[in-house]
Structures are given as structure tokens and as C-alpha cells.
Ligand binder design. Structure first.
Ligand SMILES: NC(=O)c1ccc[n+]([C@@H]2O[C@H](COP(=O)([O-])OP(=O)(O)OC[C@H]3O[C@@H](n4cnc5c(N)ncnc54)[C@H](OP(=O)(O)O)[C@@H]3O)[C@@H](O)[C@H]2O)c1
Length: 326
């Protein structure tokens, strides 16, 4: 089978489309024919091995997992002896990041527990756009942010994969949503249902005078003190993603600032789990949320797809299709 493989850290050029052995499912595993996968910011971190501490988990000198691709949708081809939840032919999707990745390939073997059934109305490409970004947005708002109906929520980085789901979850949970994004992505973000959209090229959310119960930095580039300035008493700032400075600030002044008053700073580390994915499946079924796809790339163009994502061009998700058809 064909797979996009990398054996050394580096830019997207280190990826090669290669013929590798077809995996065989173990006892509790499922062999899935991959129809689509989606790219995530984590791809370029894992590809380049940056920031350096990721290497302690994903391989110190060379990548531990040679085939990337966390998000995947496809059809079950074969199941291991103890798998009862799925049968060959079932359409499934899931986040493979806790199971060794492998979505950028024609087939992948994964533990059955990583997968849930694909909602019928979604294409494989749409389903592949969901898992990691939607799980991050859900866990950031609901679990870390303790979002309640009627609250004022600010979503920074609202136009990306995580942000586009975050805006929709926050609306589905009954919040009043202010979304921050760049000029050319405003129309997409408005279409997600945001009540207010701030173009960060024209307006500074930290100086509008408006304050929030919850700030979710899906991709934040501002100082923790800017977020804190617009946080209401008892408000929560959730650091989902951002550059190095955001991560450092979340680790050092963040916990100390939380001790000063009722405003809280919390860091998010998304944990893939099928219960949350099934919950998301329900919201997809009821059309409360829809995956937004910016562009699809074929399997042999994964390097271009990752470059495109890394350049911050996408509004919504970037999807990889393998050429498998229904
Ligand atoms: N905590 C976790 O467990 C977890 C899990 C998954 C992902 N993440 C992180 O979450 C972040 C977002 O992931 P994603 O999949 O949504 O990425 P993405 O699809 O690449 O989207 C990022 C968006 O952020 C915006 N952006 C780019 N540079 C920005 C800046 N300097 N300030 C504010 N916004 C900026 C861009 O939109 P505009 O053009 O509108 O600015 C872009 O569409 C990444 O940092 C990722 O590593 C964290």
C-alpha cells in the first residue's frame, strides 16, 4: 500500500510517498481503508520535531511514527478476533494520535476503541475534518472553560481548524460569541454563527471595552495580560494553542495570576476519546455543527498540504484524500 513516510525530522520535503507493507489487524484492532485524512498544526510540529520537547515523546533523534495523520475517515476492511463493534464495510472516523497515527496512507490498523461510526450525511472528507480539531474545541470550551448558556465568549484564532469548531460549539451551547480572525476570513467566521467578528488587522479586542466570561485562545498570539484585561470576574482563559510565548506564559505567570483573584488561567491538552467523539457525532447528526473544509489535497501532495496549513492560509480544515471511492 502507499503511505506518506518520513524517517528524519525536517521541512515537508522530508516526506516521501512510498510503498510499504499492508498492516494486519491484531486481536483488538481494525484494518481501515482510508478514504480521507486531515492535516493539523501538530503535523508540522511532529514533522520538524519542534518545539524540542516533543522529541522526548515522539522520538529523540528520528521520528518514532513514520506515517503521520491523526484524523482519518474510512471503511472497515477487516477486524481482529475480539472486535465486535465493527464489521467489514462499516464507515468510521477517529483520532489516531494516541494510537500511533498512520492516517496518511491507503490503509491503517488501529485499536477499535479509537473509532466511531461516521454520520451517514457526511462525506469521508468531511468526517476526516472533524476529530482532533473538534475534540480540542469541545474540551477547551466545555471541560476547561466550563461554558454556560448566556455567557460572553471570545474565541481567538477563530478561523482555523480548532477555531471554526469552537465558534460553532459555543453557539450550540448558547453563548454570545465574539470571534477574532484576519480580514479575509471574516465571511467564513460569520457564516459559522459568530455574533460579533473582530478583524484583528483593524481592531484590537483588548481595547474594545467589552469583557468576557470565557476566552478560548484556539490560536492566540497575545500576551496573557491582554487576555486577562478583558476577562470578567470569575472568568476563565483557556490556552489552547499559540506560539512559544503563549505556552511559556501559560506555564509561568499563568498559575500565579490565577491565585491573585477570581479569574482563572488554564491550559488545554486535548485527550482523544471516543465518548467525546460520539457526542460530537450527535451534534453533527443534528446539523448543529458542520465541518468547514478549506481545500482538499491528494495523498501524494501531503507536503503541499502541510506547507499550506503552516503558512496560516486555511479557513477551516485542510483535507487529504486517498482516491478511494465509495
Ligand atoms: N491544546 C491542545 O491539546 C491542542 C490540540 C490541537 C491543536 N492545538 C493547537 O491549536 C492551535 C490551532 O490549531 P488549528 O488546527 O486551528 O490550526 P490552523 O487550522 O492552522 O489555524 C490557525 C488559525 O490561527 C490563525 N492565526 C495564525 N496566526 C495567528 C496569530 N499569530 N494570532 C492569531 N491567530 C493566528 C489563522 O487564522 P487568521 O488568518 O484568521 O489569523 C489560522 O487560520 C495550534 O497552535 C495547535 O498546535 C492544541
Amino acid at each position: 500500500m502507499k503511505a506518506m513516510v518520513y524517517t528524519q525530522y525536517g521541512p515537508p520535503d522530508v516526506l516521501r510517498l512510498e510503498e510499504i507493507a499492508m498492516p494486519t489487524p491484531g486481536n483488538d484492532e481494525v484494518l481501515v481503508r482510508v478514504y480521507a485524512a486531515s492535516a493539523n498544526a501538530s503535523d508540522w510540529h511532529l514533522l520538524r520535531g519542534v518545539p524540542f520537547p516533543v522529541r522526548f515523546v515522539y522520538g529523540l533523534f528520528r521520528p518514532k511514527y513514520p506515517v503521520l495523520g491523526a484524523d482519518m475517515a474510512g471503511r472497515v476492511e477487516a477486524v481482529g478476533a475480539s472486535v465486535t463493534r465493527f464489521r467489514p464495510g462499516d464507515a468510521v472516523f477517529g483520532d489516531l494520535s494516541a494510537y500511533g497515527f498512520g492516517g496518511y496512507a491507503e490503509y491503517v490498523c488501529v485499536k477499535a476503541e479509537a473509532l466511531v461510526r461516521k454520520p451517514d450525511h457526511l462525506s469521508f472528507a468531511e468526517a476526516a475534518a472533524v476529530p482532533s480539531a473538534a475534540l480540542t474545541a469541545l474540551q477547551g470550551l466545555r471541560d476547561k472553560g466550563k461554558l454556560q448558556p448566556g455567557q460572553n465568549v471570545l474565541i481567538h484564532g477563530a478561523s482555523g481548524g480548532v477555531g471554526s469548531f469552537a465558534v460553532q460549539f459555543a453557539k450550540a451551547f448558547g453563548a454570545e460569541v465574539t470571534a477574532v480572525c484576519s480580514t479575509r476570513k471574516m465571511a467564513v467566521v460569520r457564516s459559522l454563527g459568530a455574533d460579533h467578528v473582530i478583524d484583528y488587522n483593524r481592531e484590537d479586542f483588548a481595547r474594545t471595552g467589552r469583557k468576557y466570561n470565557l476566552i478560548f485562545a484556539a490560536n492566540g498570539n497575545r500576551s496573557i495580560f491582554d487576555y486577562r484585561r478583558v476577562l470578567l470576574p470569575n472568568g476563565i482563559y483557556v490556552m489552547g494553542g499559540g506560539a512559544g510565548r503563549q505556552m511559556v506564559q501559560a506555564m509561568t505567570p499563568g498559575p500565579l495570576l490565577t491565585l491573585l483573584d477570581s479569574r482563572e488561567h488554564v491550559n488545554l491538552l486535548m485527550k482523544p476519546n471516543p465518548a467525546d467523539l460520539a457526542f460530537i457525532g450527535g451534534l453533527l447528526e443534528s446539523r448543529k455543527i458542520v465541518p468547514i473544509i478549506d481545500r482538499c489535497f491528494p495523498l501524494d501532495a501531503v507536503p503541499e498540504a502541510i506547507r499550506y496549513l503552516e503558512a496560516g492560509q486555511a479557513a477551516g480544515k485542510v483535507v487529504i484524500t486517498t482516491g478511494a471511492t465509495v
